[in-house]
Design a binder for this molecule. Structure first.
Ligand code: HEC
Length: 149
């Protein structure tokens, strides 16, 4: 006669298999593609200044080399990245900040530079340990993008 299934034993066996598998999972190294919510928190205590953010986007940030933006006084806008008109309606400030600080968190293959990352690869000696934008410039750019509704 067949023995009735012991659900207790089945549960134990499943739990053991699960435990063995989860132990085998490799720990992800904190490198490219690593998600860290601290990248979404404001970088400074001072509120971002949208007017300066617009200047940084059109100038030092070189955003226009890849993005079309509502900055009509600049002639050449790129189309490598998405048009940023309306981006303030699509993305919240923390999401915008994460994309400026280090867009490679979301897409390791993106051509968009990480504007606030100190351990950039392959930079000239004099730029080592520096970020492309300052913390306040990042906050200003985030504030400006937030106005693009
Ligand atoms: C070398 C090209 C390049 C430069 C320079 C660049 N970006 Fe991008 N950006 C991209 C690409 C490509 C994407 C699309 C996302 C991806 O690649 O994963 C993107 C995505 C974005 C997004 C998300 C848009 C959306 O609708 O999801 C924002 C916001 C953004 N960029 C802002 C900026 C700002 C602000 C600057 C300047 C400080 C900048 N980018 C500079 C290429 C660039």
């Amino acid at each position: 006669m067949l023995k009735p299934i012991s659900w207790g034993a089945v549960t134990v066996a499943l739990a053991m298999t699960w435990a063995a598998q989860s132990q085998a999972l490799p720990k992800k190294p904190p490198e490219r593609g690593y998600f860290d919510v601290s990248r979404m928190a404001p970088l400074t205590d001072q509120k971002g200044d949208p007017a300066n953010g617009r200047k940084v986007a059109a100038g030092k940030g070189l955003c226009l080399s890849c993005h079309t933006m509502p900055i009509p006084e600049e002639a050449d806008h790129g189309d490598v990245g998405p048009d940023l008109a309306g981006v303030g309606s699509r993305l919240q400030p923390p999401e915008l900040r994460m994309r400026i600080v280090d867009p490679k968190v979301l897409n390791p293959d993106t051509p968009m530079p990480s504007f606030y990352k100190k351990d950039l690869n392959r930079v000239m000696k004099k730029w080592e340990g520096q970020t492309v934008l300052t913390a306040q410039e990042v906050e200003d750019v985030v504030a400006y993008l937030g106005t693009l509704k």
